[in-house]
Design a protein around this ligand. Structure first.
Ligand code: 0WK
Ligand code: 0WK
Ligand code: BGC
Ligand code: BGC
Length: 921
């Protein structure tokens, strides 16, 4: 008896659960998370393949650049005609976008009409298909009394894979879904549209942008949600796009900013990458499709195929007697008899089963309740697999964005559209759930594009218009920084004239040409220990230099750097020199040489009139220094007095030199051909070995006459103080000069040196922001703060590696919220300002080397320039542009630029050594 009960229990058990039967039958379609993660990883690999120039051609997933470089930022405006072509409905629209009010607040008005596309046109001649499109457009203009004369900007949503080389140019790679019109593959569909508009005639359209429906959907949702950086279509077809870092898009020039990439993920698997997930039903759907072997991923997911998949599964299960007791109807054998809409209906919460019975009865089947449950479950499994596969693809994209942005967690919104997503009752929830399960550390929001993608297309066109006009305005603003060859030649000539004038006149000349009383470069015989003191632009350095005769060319140096607080820089002269004396004391202590009474060389990087090697009267402070009671005083005496006041140690200050002279000497120790010293740092200046006979101001000076050459500290920073640069000085430069501690002075320096470049950039950024071209027009307190944009930022921002992310983090640190475009502009501004600075220094250097060449009556000159300064040494492009400009403007001079290793200290010690030797004689 018990046995009978057990058998009947199991039989009813087996009988009873049709879903289990289906689960077994379709186990290959039921994907669990490991499989989804595997598919996600495979898709990531495919994305890389598609993005890289090497492997793109062979890649199945084409990763097509769209030339859409940014998502909406609320400043789009204008009226546009739009065509939405390629989805289940072909629409003609007029879209009005008003300033910054966003869609929710009704900032965009739409007027649309859907036009049927006769079936025969889908497979007819392509030109006829497009003529139908443009005739519909014309009909719409008529019907809506929209002027036919006025030129209308047109946005074209074309939902097929296109290789775009610009926003308004795209070659059709292949048709998909149910389109197969002839003669268009490989053609620029924007041109085809323009030709059709001309053929249809009677309207004036400017096709400004063609976008894929995924891109248009992302833009539509991006208008309201700045986190929307991806677009997803699950409709007749399926596809996704997202904002990729431009540096990863090999097929497009440039590495700044981002660009939206249309993945065309429908083709994932066309190269066999998904073969182990393809079921017999997928193969049947593909074989019966009008593009076998193509769009494999799409055929497992999108609305054009889901119904067919369900029909084939139901047909197979019926054939093997697992449904309808093995009875099959002709309707069930007929392709397309079960649509995706049927699938959605079968899965409705309440009426799902009822709908299933109705649908099956319409297929001339008489299903049992269990049959209905089973068929409903088949629909569930098929559509569940669809949403799971979309989730896996999306997980791959979002993971890539997270990595691109170096984020541990990502907050992002995905704009979605498409009939399957919109009409299938359970699809969105399932998709969201699986995506969040696959990406636990991402905060993913799905925004439904509630009115189609044409708003997005119009926004792309508006963005295109805005970007184009902004680029025009930024280029205009920066054009004043772009110096032509002629202008640089002029600067060279003016520098030359300034050098000549400075040598002649005792009086005030813009370029002071100060004698240094250094007559020759080192000869290697220098020996002994010297203290080198170096007051430059940003800090004070004390250095012990030990020349060892025994060790040829071997010099030992020990040094310590001390900062100069602003209040000391701009306090009293006494405080400044006391501070220096204190630092020297600390250094000698540190070196245990307090009682050594060392001979010292003092590098004093400011214009000093010298009458001998160990005296120098400060002409005027520069570079932010403004200590009182110094100008007009001998800086050596002031230091000696400070040391005396300190009464801790004694020094024999034997020489005071300019940092350019110290740098020249340091480098000449390595390269005897070095006869010029250049500083491109906080300040800028150059010295060079001039013929004594040309230095009128010191002819007859004791000791000068019998010498041939003397090093002259040009103080070229003063070029333009006489107005000779007014034709290239921009209002931004004037602003910087006005706000400086020495207005009207050092004009050339204020165009070229580290102390000022950051300020010039800030002034330009301020102006662009006030013009609404930057930071959304928000002029923050930070941006108004002088000195906030340090020149070191230029070097970081302009470095070729990682530039943009760095730009944004630098701007972030400055409290400036920026988007990609802002960062691109900031980088452009930095580039324009630093490039001009380097070119101007190059023009100045060309004047100096050509003068030396002519001094020596040479047809060609080989010479070396010893260089120092943070701008020359640390800025990624400055030195290269300077060298190139010098070469271009002084072609008869071969100039080697030798960066100084240990600064000018060694040079000062060398000069001290020479000075001491002479004293002993
Ligand atoms: C609506 C959009 C259109 C897109 C379509 C896709 O406006 O651009 O192509 O969604 O969904 P489907 O109509 O193919 O279901
Ligand atoms: C290092 C030299 C020093 C000079 C400085 C200029 O040793 O004499 O003043 O370079 O560069 P800055 O520190 O202004 O970038
Ligand atoms: C097309 C895509 C399009 C998608 C959604 C696919 O068949 O290849 O370009 O985005 O359908 O409409
Ligand atoms: C000073 C020069 C110095 C240069 C580089 C200028 O401001 O006037 O004397 O050589 O800066 O430091």
């Amino acid at each position: 008896m018990l046995a009978v009960h057990l058998v009947s229990f199991f039989f009813t058990k087996l009988q009873e659960d049709p879903t289990k039967k289906v689960d077994r039958f379709l186990h290959a379609m039921r994907l669990h998370d490991d499989q989804l993660n595997d598919i996600s990883a495979r898709f990531q690999a495919e994305m890389k393949k598609g993005l890289s120039a090497e492997s793109n051609a062979a890649a199945a997933v084409k990763m097509l650049p769209t030339h859409v470089r940014s998502t909406p930022d609320g400043s789009e405006k204008g009226q546009f005609m739009a065509l939405d072509f390629g989805g289940s409905k072909f629409k003609v629209l007029q879209v009005k976008v008003r300033e910054g009010m966003g869609i929710r607040k009704g900032g965009v008005e739409m007027d649309e009409k859907t036009y049927r596309i006769p079936k025969e046109l889908l497979t007819g001649r392509g030109t006829e298909l497009f003529d139908h499109v443009t005739e519909s457009l014309k009909d719409f203009l008529h019907e809506r009394n929209i002027s036919l004369e006025k030129k209308h900007p047109l946005a074209f949503t074309f939902s097929f894979p296109c290789e775009q080389t610009a926003l308004n140019r795209g070659l059709l790679l292949s048709w998909s879904k149910n389109f197969r019109a002839r003669g268009l593959q490989g053609k620029d569909v924007v041109q085809v549209l323009r030709d059709s508009i001309d053929r249809t005639g009677g309207m004036d359209m400017e096709v400004l942008a063609m976008v894929n429906d995924t891109v248009a959907t992302m833009m539509t949702c991006g208008f309201d949600d700045q986190y929307c950086q991806a677009g997803l279509i699950i409709g007749t077809g399926t596809n996704a796009c997202y904002m990729e870092e431009l540096r990863h898009v090999d097929l497009v020039e440039g590495d700044e900013g981002r660009m939206c990439v249309n993945t065309e993920w429908g083709a994932f698997g066309d190269d066999g990458a998904l073969d182990d997930f393809i079921t017999e039903f997928d193969r049947d759907v593909d074989a019966a499709s009008n593009n076998p072997g193509k769009q494999i991923f799409e055929k497992m997911i999108s609305g054009m195929y889901l119904g067919e998949l369900v029909r084939l599964v139901v047909l197979k299960m019926a054939k093997v007697g697992k449904l309808f007791d093995g009875r099959v109807s002709d309707a069930l054998r007929t392709k397309g008899k079960i649509t995706t809409a049927h699938v959605a209906a079968m899965e409705e919460y309440k009426n799902g089963l009822k709908n299933t019975r109705t649908i099956l009865e319409e297929l001339d089947l008489s299903p049992s309740d269990d049959d209905c449950i089973a068929v409903q479950h088949i629909s569930t499994i098929v559509s569940f697999r669809s949403s799971n596969l979309v989730a896996a693809g999306l997980a791959a994209i979002l993971t890539r964005i997270k990595h691109n942005r170096n984020r541990r967690a990502l907050r992002i919104t995905v704009g979605v559209d498409g009939t399957v997503y919109k009409t299938h009752p359970q699809y969105p929830k399932r998709l969201h759930k699986v995506v969040r399960r696959l990406l636990p550390d991402c905060h993913v929001r799905f925004a439904l594009s509630d009115s189609g993608s044409s708003k997005g297309a119009a926004l792309v066109t508006a963005v295109a218009q805005r970007l184009a006009s902004r680029k025009r305005q930024v280029d205009e603003t920066l054009s004043s920084f772009k110096l032509s060859q002629e202008q640089l030649q002029l600067v060279k000539a003016r520098m030359r004239a300034g050098l000549e004038a400075g040598l002649k006149s005792k009086g005030p000349s813009a370029i002071k040409m100060l004698p240094s009383f250094v007559y020759h470069t080192p000869d290697g015989t220098e020996n002994g220990k010297y203290l080198a003191l170096d007051l430059g632009g940003t800090n004070f350095r004390a250095m012990l230099v030990n020349f060892k005769k025994s060790l040829q060319q071997n010099v030992r140096l020990y040094h310590k750097i001390y900062t100069i607080p602003l209040e000391i820089m701009q306090g009293t002269g006494e405080e400044l020199f006391d501070h220096l004396a204190q630092c020297i004391g600390d250094f000698l202590d540190y070196m245990g040489m307090k009682n050594a009474r060392l001979p010292a060389g003092f590098t004093f990087s400011f214009p000093c009139e010298q009458t001998a090697i160990d005296t120098g009267t400060l002409v005027s402070w520069t570079k932010g220094f403004k200590a009182t009671n110094c100008e007009g005083h001998d800086v050596v005496s002031m230091l000696r007095e400070a040391i005396k006041r300190r009464n801790e140690f004694e020094l024999d200050i034997a020489a005071v030199v300019n940092d350019t002279v110290g740098t020249m000497m340091s480098c000449a120790y390595e390269d005897p051909q070095c006869e010029i010293g250049l500083i491109a740092g906080t300040g800028t200046n150059v010295c060079y070995m001039e013929e004594v006979k040309n230095i009128e101001i010191c002819c007859g000076e004791q000791g000068a006459a019998e010498m041939l050459k003397m090093c002259v500290n040009t103080e070229w920073g003063g070029l333009g103080d006489d107005g000779s640069l007014d034709d290239i000085i921009t209002p931004y430069d004037t602003e910087v000069d006005q706000n400086s501690v020495n207005p009207g002075k050092q004009r050339f320096e204020k165009l070229t040196s580290g102390m000022y470049l950051g300020e010039i950039v800030r002034q330009v950024l301020l102006d662009l922001t006030r013009g609404g071209l930057l930071f959304r027009g928000h002029v923050t307190e930070t941006l108004k703060t002088p000195g906030i944009f340090q020149t070191k930022y230029l070097s970081q921002i302009e470095s070729d590696r990682l530039a943009l992310l760095q730009v944004r983090s630098i701007l972030q640190q400055l409290g400036l919220n920026s988007n990609c475009d802002d960062s691109i502009i900031v980088k452009e501004v930095c580039g324009a300002v630093s490039r001009r600075a380097a070119q101007l220094c190059g023009a100045g250097m060309a004047a100096v080397v050509d003068k030396i060449r002519e001094n020596r009556g040479l047809d060609h000159l080989n010479i070396t320039v010893g260089v120092d300064g943070a701008l020359y040494k640390l800025h990624p492009h400055f030195s290269g542009v300077l060298q190139k400009t010098t070469k271009a403007l002084a072609p008869r001079c071969d100039v080697t630029f030798l960066p100084s290793e240990e600064g000018s200290g060694k040079g000062a010690a060398l000069i001290t050594a020479v000075a001491r030797k002479k004293k002993e004689i």
